[in-house]
Design a protein around this ligand. Structure first.
Ligand SMILES: Cc1cc2nc3c(=O)[nH]c(=O)nc-3n(C[C@H](O)[C@H](O)[C@H](O)COP(=O)(O)OP(=O)(O)OC[C@H]3O[C@@H](n4cnc5c(N)ncnc54)[C@H](O)[C@@H]3O)c2cc1C
Length: 471
């Protein structure tokens, strides 16, 4: 397989070992979990990471119960220990300071599951330590180049080119299966995935110290006339605040961003949070931000390579679903590849990847569509969306299945797309009813026409996402 003229000229790695069953690009959330899972099947796994030092990012800090459960199934639950992780029992959604409590729904045994929130970097280092300690995983600090190694005759991907940390020379490693798990800014996907990343907004992250939470061990979602603010504890003393900003954000350089945070965002926050939020803004040299992206999933169809994690599929992080999707994808792919003895059998691997694409839907389409639809309602940047936002909040206030089902879907525990569609349209009808209820009967003829616009808006919010998940 490595005898084509192109490959003969390729530079050799310095270690004697250069051929593996699997090469994984990126020792992040997905890469580590997959490395451990496949090595436990007796496979020889190479895990390549450009920077093995502890990451300091504002992403991946709240793991939903469905993600905690998948971590258990992978035998990696110990990675949540010793990092000052905080249990999460659900959410409090605040609509113009009016709160509604949304605890995680009880599971099939009547037990309410828990999520966990933590410092992302500490969790990643625990996952990396687990990879390192697993027999069969070789971890190498190297930056992988955009161009994977291709067999020029068959077009199959047969390995990676990379530059080891501290060197300048490019070397190659070969593998029966290359997994691209290089995250949201993947520079490898453009050659293989034609779908475009759409950036919906940006999250600006602040770390608040010793905040008094309005509801302990819960994520707080603040809704107002502006885009939503998400607040959750990431350690005993530290709390993350993520402020969503749509469109062009105010400038950091001339201080407009700080003024926006203090003048426009601060007044919309719970009283208890205000002092630490104000201090965090005033003390920060630069407020970090991350794009909130949407990338619908793509079926892996190129022999020898598989895209997983954010490199293949992203959703708005408002509902904290990315890691839950990643760990559940690892569980599924592990089970599907279990019976594949030789990963060089690319036809069989592609068959398994076809199954993977459809089987992951029950969870991922729910998490993806819910994240996008809920964000549209919670950001409510037009009057019809504002009607839906108000209706959605009133729907949650009804309690019972009106919160148990939506939070079950969000937490990755309830994996039934039809339940999501049913509740979404119930929210739309309930919103229209609330609109009539809060409008003088003299204006009901106006409401009549408005209700069509609201229903049309609801359809425009959800149907494109449902369609993208069906492909
Ligand atoms: C603002 C924000 C907040 C979020 N909050 C949450 C949350 O609370 N809960 C949740 O579940 N999800 C959250 N997410 C999503 C979550 O962070 C991602 O879904 C998850 O991290 C994806 O894992 P991954 O392994 O695909 O990528 P990553 O975890 O980003 O890992 C990619 C790895 O690849 C490495 N890499 C990249 N390029 C190369 C290269 N060329 N060579 C070698 N290595 C390379 C990187 O250094 C990195 O270690 C959030 C996302 C955003 C944007």
């Amino acid at each position: 397989m490595v005898s084509t003229p192109e490959l003969r000229d390729l530079p050799r790695p310095p270690t004697p070992k250069r051929s593996f069953d699997v090469a994984i690009i990126g020792a992040g959330i997905l890469g580590n979990a997959l490395a451990v899972a496949l090595a436990k099947q007796g496979r020889d796994v190479l895990l390549l990471e450009r920077d093995l030092s502890e990451p300091n990012r504002i992403v991946g800090e709240l793991l939903q119960p469905g993600g905690v459960r998948a971590l258990h199934e992978l035998g990696l639950e110990g990675c949540l220990e010793g990092i000052d992780a905080v249990p999460c029992h659900g959410y409090q959604v605040r609509y113009h300071d009016d709160p509604v409590h949304i605890p995680y729904a009880p599971d099939e045994n009547g037990v309410r599951p828990q999520g966990r929130s933590f410092h992302h970097g500490r969790f990643i280092q625990k996952l990396r330590a687990a990879s390192k300690a697993t027999k069969g995983v070789t971890m190498v600090e190297a930056t992988v180049s955009k161009n994977l190694v291709k067999n020029s005759a068959s077009g199959h991907i047969i390995g990676v080119r990379c530059t080891l940390k501290g060197t300048k020379d490019e070397i190659c490693y070969f593998a029966a299966l290359t997994v691209v798990a290089d995250g949201c800014k993947s520079n490898i996907r453009s050659e293989f995935i034609t779908k475009q990343v759409q950036v919906k907004s940006n999250f600006f992250g602040l770390e608040l110290i010793d905040t008094k939470m309005p509801l302990k061990n819960h994520g707080i979602v603040c809704l107002s006339n502006r885009a939503p603010v998400l607040i959750y504890q990431i350690g005993t003393h530290e709390t993350r605040a993520l402020v969503d900003i749509q469109g062009k954000a105010p400038s950091q350089a001339d201080g407009s961003l700080k003024s926006y945070m203090l003048g426009a965002v601060l007044p919309t926050l719970p009283e208890d949070v205000k002092p630490s939020f104000k201090k965090a803004v005033e003390d920060s040299k630069s407020i970090r931000s991350m794009p909130n992206s949407w990338l619908p999933p793509t079926m892996n169809q190129t022999p020898g390579v598989m895209f997983l994690g954010d490199s293949m599929n992203m959703r708005h992080p408002l509902t904290g679903g990315g890691m839950t999707v990643a760990f559940n994808d690892v569980v599924l792919i592990r089970d599907l590849l279990k019976d594949v003895e030789d990963l060089e059998d690319t036809d069989l691997v592609l068959e398994k990847l076809f199954d993977f694409h459809w089987k992951r839907r029950n969870l991922t389409s729910v998490v993806n569509i819910l994240a996008q639809a809920l964000y549209a309602l919670f950001a409510a940047n037009d009057p019809n969306l504002a009607v839906l936002q108000k209706g959605c909040f009133a729907y949650f206030q009804r309690g019972g299945v009106c919160i148990d089902h939506p939070v079950g879907l969000l937490s990755g525990m309830l994996r039934r797309p039809l339940v999501l569609y049913t509740h979404f349209f119930l929210v739309a009808f309930y919103s229209i009813w609330i609109m009539y209820k809060t409008t003088s009967p003299f204006l009901w003829p106006v409401c009549f026409f408005r209700s069509f616009a609201v229903f049309y808006t609801a359809c425009v919010v959800i149907l494109p996402y449902i369609w993208s998940e069906l492909q």
